[in-house]
Every structure is written in structure tokens, then in C-alpha cells.
Design a protein around this ligand. Sequence first.
Ligand code: MRU
Length: 365
Amino acid sequence: MVFETLEWVGGVGGYLEMIDQRLLPGEFLKIRCTDVESLYDAIKTLAVRGAPAIGVAAGYGVCIAVQGLRGGDLSAALLGIEKAVEYLGCSRPTAVNLFWALDRMKAAAGRFAAENPGADLPALKEALLAEAHSICRQDKEMCKAIGRHGERFIKEGAGVLTHCNAGALATAGQGTALSPMYEAHGMGRRFCVYVDETRPLLQGARLTAWELGQAGIDATLICDNMAGVLMKQGKVGAVITGADRIAANGDTANKIGTFSLSILAKEYNIPFCIAAPSSTFDLSTASGDEIPIEERGADEVTSFGMRPTAPDGMKVYNPAFDVTDAANITAIITEKGVIEKPNADKIALHLKDVNHGQDARATSD
Ligand code: MRU
């Protein structure tokens, strides 16, 4: 990619630098997070967003939190880490990658303390930074592998529709839903991407359109309510979106509007694919009914830029995500391959040997 969405700068005393996605496409600016509060704010206000990117950022957030800890007592440090994990976990509720990464950081701290009883705080800080780097590195690898497994869904000369932004801006690597597009483009395949603008925060128009442009991929922006017409006209060969959380049975939470797209795709017999790393699966959630859906402020719906677009005091319902039933999903593309017509058994089998914690230890040694 020609840009790094987020990057740790320096050693244990370093900081997290991230593209401020609130400003794109007008301005390309980076922000530095040097304290946990500013990172919490960056996640909450969508300066950094997209499930995998939130997870990677949160991992580094724990490294920032321990920077302020003093003294040699590791059990006090573990309590401090627990507090930071709890705090960062309140920033956004739906993307499970946030909790996955925080759990991993907490487990790494506990494991380090148990295995190194005489160790001091600086050594714990080093171990946590190694874990956060490992989460980041694995995210990049998973993105690339998703692209390799998913490029076959993009046919020569076809149109592919995507919703929100599940590209490089939403991950540490080359994205999830956009990764197959980058792979197909790299192989010289010609296709065009229809980009849903993605009301109300316009992640499609502001972010996906921008990043596909950076890569030189042919893209056409549409309003969300135009997807059905395009499908009816035969212009969409596949729909590929990302995911914020995939339940054990395959029900998938993603940006609001994804569910309606899945119904349209079913009507027109168009493959509807979800691209997501194994860190986006939540096997402790049996079905989509149990996935917590973030509701955001009314102002996101009642204004455009700084201008009001609705009467003062208008009642608003603004869920940021919806759940697509597994039955509507043609395939889930992960770093391990493709789950066709997903269901609980196929998902359990597909993920049976995934153990990021152990991989992390093996690769960071
Ligand atoms: O509210 P956002 O911008 O964080 O929502 C992002 C999405 O819904 C993405 O599709 C999802 O997180 C997958 S990102 C690879």
C-alpha cells in the first residue's frame, strides 16, 4: 500500500501514529496517540475505524497504558493493564476484534508474569510491545491471504459492489473486502468496483473511493439506494463486504445497509461474500441476535457537514451496524480459505486449529 493506516513509532516509550480518517478525503493528516484517553477518543470518533484496525490500535493502546506505570511490582502492573483493557473496551461495542486484541494483550501480560516471577516492569513492557507488534503483523498477513483466497470471486470484465470501507484503511494491511480486489488488480484483471456511499458517515464515499483511487482501481460511487437498480441491470457480478463480528452460526454484523444488500443479492442470484479474518469470528456468540449493535448520535443523521438536513429536535434511529443472516451469505472468505454456504459446523471445522496466541509466541520468540 502507498500509505500506513496505523504504525507504532519507536520502542516501549514510543507512540501510535494513525491516519485521521475523519478528515479524508479532503486532508491527509496523521495523529499521534501518546495517552490512552486520546486513543479511546480516536476509536470512538472514528479517527481509526474498521474492525481489524480498531483491534490493532487497542493492542498498542495497552502498550501506551503501561508506559505510565512505575515501580517493580508486576501484580500492580497487571491491575493497571486490566483497567486499561476495561476502559478501551468501552469505546465501541460491535467489532469483536477490539475485545479479541484486548484479551490477547491481557493474556500476554498474565502469561509473562506467571512465567517470569522475578521479572521487572521494563521486561513486561517489552513483552507487551512484542505482542502488539505480533497482532499487527498477523493482521497484515491475514489480509493478504484473504485477497489470495477471494480474488476468484472477481471475474474479468465484471462489476463488484462493496459497502462501507473494509480496505487498507480498516486494517493494518491491505484490507479484507478490498483485498481480493487488490489481488485481482495486481494480476491484471479488469473489473469495476461500485462503491456504496454508506450513509450516514460516508465511509464508502470518503474512504473506499479514496483508497481505490490511490491504487488506480476503476471505481464508481453510488448512493446506497441505487444498488438494487444496478443489480437489476446485471452490472453486479458479486458483492463483497467486510464484517465486524461473525457469530458461531455465520450470522454477520457489518455496517448498516449490508443486510438489505444481501436480500437484493439473493433476489438477483448474485454471490454475496463476506471477507474477514479469523479474529472477527466470535464463537461465544451463538447467533446474530446476541451481537451488540452500536447506536450513534442523532446529529450524524440530521446534518450534512455542518448543515442541518432535518427539522430541529427530529427523532432519529441510528444503528451503526446490522446483522446479515448466514442463509443470505454465499461465502465467507478468511485467511484460511473459503467457507461456502456457512453454518455452525463448517465454521467450527474451518477455525479448529486457529490459535493466534500460540502463533504469536512462536513468531515473536
Ligand atoms: O463504523 P466503522 O467505519 O468502523 O464500520 C466499519 C465496517 O463496518 C467494516 O465493514 C468492518 O469493520 C470491516 S473492516 C475490515
